[in-house]
Write a protein that binds this ligand. Structure first.
Ligand code: NAD
Length: 695
């Protein structure tokens, strides 16, 4: 089937892009557009041309798997130059999403109309790229360089209304956008073609331009693509179109081959692969309409909001009226914040509030198709809760725990029908964070998993399936690399040095600053819980316990690893002295850690534990671990995640550091046989096949 069809509306030819599922501007579409254009130019009965998309969207962008191969002709920039050069008027009809190449097709046309609900974007920067088909040169000619710079360097979506305001489109169609485009095209017959590249770029006011540059540089944090986009928009102001276009093409090809873009493309594909399990093919999800959330603390309130936002009816249960009111207030303040930030309109907030109900009556959960608990992190509390729930829940309702660490299988044993039990591990704040670990218990059925994945999709979450173990994928790895950070405190490093090194690596925040943010009491409680089962042969650093004993729980108490007296994080000389004094008592050799020393030691801890997680089938594939670390733990996306990064730099240094940790720090830090094998055979994580997650 042709990827571009020619339809007719009298003298107007409609070139319809038809490349399901999202009309990606892949080679057949480029060839199809070129052929159709030539056919229309040669057909005297065609006086004007409309480019439109079949199905629910104009085009969602390029086919990113093409970037890993040599570019195939015809190249989009050449096709778009042909479109622009057409002597017959060409009008684009945008509907749904017009992203990347889809946006550039419109921008290269002589005029554009967008459907009222349509959105456009140039999101290439999110893949470490820039628009490579004239977007950086033509968009500034339509909407001015400052707006273009913002759109290109953030990759954000632009609504129909904003596109009209900015002068990107000639009109917004209330009804049939194709008809509107066809009418516009007809009205342009006989006029000189309005070529975007012929327009001059309005020079920006120097001050506003300087401000825009500062904004871009700050947000870029050294990433290549936004800075390249900045250079190219400047070129659009200063240079003739053809020169700017050539510069854009060169830059695009350089970026496609860069490590940064490869890593970002890898994560993009890894996120899409994460929730897809071959063993679930053909298993359908059960319908979920009503959800009950048990416990309306930090997590429960965020989870309730996430579900209400996605259109579910939600019942929130708490143990007392006081706790319930506190939960309701917490949820209201989350809505309030979303309203203020513009994330939510007043109408949407009201609609969501109407979907939420609050109760202290446990029998109200009987309506729920899915029950999620987010009560205290204590097995006894969770077990009692599931026992109490048993007589009230529907026999087919899914039962889920949001536990961070605890054993899902022990909880599943408390309910009849343990095949419907699973972990749904949300991240804080649950209505914002995209990551969701779906924990598969020993008896969790494929149908339960399929339903959970469908729920995750509706919530807009990136779901990863994990098996049962202490901390699942993310928190299990976190525990290991945090331990290494604390070990380094005994060997001569200070918290601020470690945080700075990891932030320089690209982590959103250093681990000590994160602990202060999350509250040190959480891991304190966990350490106490695990104290009885701890192997004395494993190295243990008492510093965090000492901080808690001093009432230093982090930001919430004004002090933790750092001081927050003025609201700003500051190193605390008292803590530094305490760290030094403690280190001296350990008898361990003291050394100066360079930033790369710290970064490699942490990477080795992450990768070694990741390899064990793969060995034990807790994760289905290395890329799932990368998705978890990037989306839930601040690992730099542009490095592709720890397993991808390890493959890139080679496994031998990492294995050597993991071996050293094993000898120094005890059996919990043993070298993963999997990592050892891959290193010995010169293989890589990327070469491992995916396997079912088992518990
Ligand atoms: P929290 O202390 O803020 O909230 C717990 C809530 O549960 C309280 O409002 C309490 O009144 C309520 N509660 C206690 N027992 C109950 C019962 N039997 N029935 C109904 N409500 C009850 O705790 P949190 O931080 O929201 O954590 C909740 C769960 O989520 C824990 O299992 C935790 O490990 C997990 N979790 C926390 C985070 C985080 O960042 N805080 C992240 C992921 C998962």
């Amino acid at each position: 089937m042709a990827a571009v069809k020619i339809l007719r509306d009298g003298a107007v030819a409609i070139l319809e892009i038809d490349n399901p599922p999202v009309n990606a501007s892949a080679q057949p579409v480029r060839q199809g557009l070129l052929d159709a254009l030539v056919a229309c130019e040669n057909d005297p009965s065609v006086a004007a041309i409309v480019i439109a998309g079949a199905g629910r969207t104009f085009t969602a962008g390029g086919d990113i798997t093409e970037f890993d191969h040599p570019p195939r002709e015809p190249h989009l920039p050449d096709v778009l130059d042909r479109i622009e050069a057409s002597t017959k008027p060409v009008v684009t009809a945008w509907h749904g999403t017009a992203f990347g190449g889809g946006c550039e097709i419109g921008v290269a046309s002589h005029a554009r109309v967008i459907a009222k609900e349509g959105v456009i974007a140039l999101p290439e920067v999110k893949l470490g790229l820039i628009p490579g088909a004239g977007g950086t040169q033509r968009l500034p000619r339509l909407c001015g360089p400052i707006a273009a710079l913002d759109i290109i360097t953030t990759g954000r979506t632009v609504s129909a209304g904003e596109a009209l305001r900015l002068g990107i489109v000639d009109g917004v169609a209330d009804g049939d956008v194709r008809q509107a485009a066809s009418d516009l095209a007809r009205s342009l017959i006989g006029e000189a073609p309005r070529r975007t590249s012929d327009r001059a770029v309005a020079a920006p006011a120097p001050e506003a331009w300087e401000e825009a540059i500062t904004r871009v540089k700050k947000a870029a944090r050294g990433r290549a693509a936004p800075l390249a986009a900045l250079r190219l928009v400047r070129a659009a102001i200063d240079l003739p179109f053809a020169t700017g276009r050539a510069e854009e093409r060169r830059t695009f090809l350089d970026l496609v081959a860069s490590d940064e873009s490869r890593a970002l493309r890898y994560v993009f594909l890894a996120e899409r692969a994460a929730g897809k399990l071959p063993e679930l093919a053909g298993i359908s999800a059960a319908p979920i309409g009503e959800v009950a959330v048990i416990g309306a603390g930090t997590m429960g309130s965020g989870i309730a909001v996430a579900f209400a936002e996605a259109g579910y009816r939600v019942t929130v249960f708490e143990t007392s009226e006081v706790a319930l009111t506190a939960g309701e207030t917490r949820i209201a303040s989350l809505h309030e914040r979303s309203l203020k930030s513009g994330r939510l309109s007043a109408d949407e907030a009201a609609a969501q509030a109407a979907r939420l109900s609050y109760t202290v009556d446990l029998s109200s959960v009987s309506r729920a198709d899915l029950v999620i608990e987010a009560v205290f992190e204590e097995m006894a509390v969770k077990k009692t809760l599931f026992e109490a729930l048993a007589p009230h829940v529907k026999p087919a309702a899914l039962l889920a725990s949001n536990t961070s660490y605890l054993d899902i299988d022990i909880m599943a044993a408390m309910v009849s029908g343990p095949e419907r039990f699973l972990g749904l591990h949300f991240f804080s704040p649950a209505h914002v964070m995209k990551l969701l670990e779906i924990v598969r218990g020993r008896l969790t059925s494929p149908a339960t998993l399929a339903t959970a994945l469908a729920v995750a999709r509706r919530l807009g979450k990136t779901a990863v399936i994990a098996g049962v173990c202490e901390g699942f994928i993310g928190n299990r790895i976190l525990a290991k690399y945090r331990a290494q950070c604390e070990f380094m405190l005994e060997e001569g490093a200070l918290p601020a040095e470690i945080d700075a090194a990891l932030e320089a690596f690209g982590f959103a925040m250093g681990p000590f600053a994160v602990q202060d943010l999350a509250g040190l009491d959480i891991s304190w409680a966990r350490r106490k819980r695990l104290a009885a089962t701890r192997n004395p042969a494993d190295r243990d650093v008492p510093l965090a316990d000492r901080l808690c004993e001093m009432g230093r729980f982090g930001q919430k108490s004004g002090r933790g690893w750092y001081l927050y007296d003025s609201g700003k994080r500051q190193a605390d000389p008292e803590i530094e002295a305490m760290v030094r004094a403690h280190a001296a008592t350990t008898g361990r050799a003291q050394r100066n850690f360079t930033a790369p020393d710290i970064q490699m030691r942490v990477l080795a801890a992450i990768v070694n534990e990741g390899a064990k997680i793969l060995e034990e089938a807790i994760a289905a594939r290395p890329s799932d671990i990368d998705v978890v670390l990037v989306n839930g733990y601040g690992f730099p996306r542009w490095r592709g995640g720890p397993m991808f990064h390890a493959d890139r730099i080679g496994l031998s240094d990492i294995a050597a550091l993991a071996q050293a940790a094993a000898e120094r720090d005890g059996p919990a830090f043993a070298l993963s046989p999997h990592l050892a094998r891959l290193t010995e055979t010169g293989s890589a994580f990327a070469a491992l096949p995916s396997h079912p997650v088992q518990s």
